[in-house]
Design a binder for this molecule. Structure first.
Ligand SMILES: O=P(O)(O)OC[C@H]1O[C@@H](O)[C@H](O)[C@@H](O)[C@@H]1O
Length: 265
């Protein structure tokens, strides 16, 4: 079926302003905190890999490419398992209360989280103004907005930028654990958030910056707009994004009277 054919869904750009719901990823979409996560992951993994000689020569050092390929958008423990697998390293899982010194999956998770929380405490968390404008535009049009994040720090980050009250729901890493939902790239958290808002999946728009997140929303039957913060246009389209933009304010449109309206010229 081609665009505009009878019965075909409208382009996502036209749907946004009158969607049943809008679901926003947090890190890298609302707040400029994917960069803090990236630094924390890099510090932790570079130190860890440097201390472990590879089976045949030194292990490849951890790079930002590892972040985008193996970590971006996924729950913390899944990111660790994916990077370890990429280097052929088999570590015991350990226990949730393992100390940061433990060479276990949970120990590395604590190291990374300690580094992330230090960065959060030391710096000022920045928001993406274009995303905030889009959220405000949607709320003005009575489109309910929620956050769907893999992070267990999502509420803390939203509180730091005084945005917790802007969203009807926050489905985050803690919610996923409590409710037995699989993390991104599985669709569970997006589907759960849409249900909470009483929204139909095909009439719900997800905003994502990570390949894993785009895949999760697309597999849940949602319409997906990606914002490219470094993952790359092609990778985001391959994962299922219908539209890739540089800034989410590009989704705000203005009607003939000059008022903000759905659908673009
Ligand atoms: O370690 P946390 O705060 O629970 O977050 C897990 C993941 O949360 C995602 O939102 C980020 O995009 C990832 O970079 C991060 O690794």
């Amino acid at each position: 079926m081609t665009d505009g054919a009878v019965g075909s869904p409208p382009p996502v750009r036209d749907l946004v302003g009158h969607a049943d719901a809008a679901l926003f990823d947090l890190d890298g979409v609302i707040t400029d905190t994917a960069s803090l996560h990236m630094v924390a992951w890099g510090d932790m993994f570079r130190a860890f890999l440097a201390g472990r000689p590879g089976v045949s020569g030194d292990l490849a050092p951890y790079t930002d490419d590892d972040y985008f390929r193996h970590v971006d958008g996924k729950p913390r423990l899944d990111g660790i398992r994916a990077v370890l697998a990429s280097r052929g390293i088999d570590l015991p899982e350990g226990e949730a209360d393992d100390p940061a010194e433990a060479d276990t999956v949970h120990g590395l998770a604590r190291r990374k989280n300690d580094a992330f929380l230090r960065a959060l405490d030391e710096g000022v968390v920045a928001v993406y103004p274009g995303t905030i404008r889009l959220v405000q535009w949607l709320l003005d049009r009575s489109v309910p907005c929620a956050v769907v994040s893999s992070s267990r720090n999502a509420r803390r980050v939203l509180e730091a930028v005084d945005l917790l009250d802007a969203f009807a729901h926050v489905v985050d890493g803690t919610t996923a654990q409590e409710e037995g939902l699989r993390g991104k790239p599985a669709p569970d958290t997006f589907v759960a958030a849409a249900r909470r808002l009483g929204a139909r999946a095909a009439h719900t728009v997800a905003f994502e910056d990570a390949e894993s997140g785009v895949r999760a929303a697309a597999d849940g039957g949602l319409r997906v707009v990606a914002v490219d913060r470094g993952a790359g246009h092609a990778a985001l389209v391959d994962a299922g994004a219908e539209l890739v933009v540089d800034d989410l304010a590009e989704l705000i449109t203005v009607d003939a009277s000059g008022a903000a309206a759905p659908g673009g010229p």
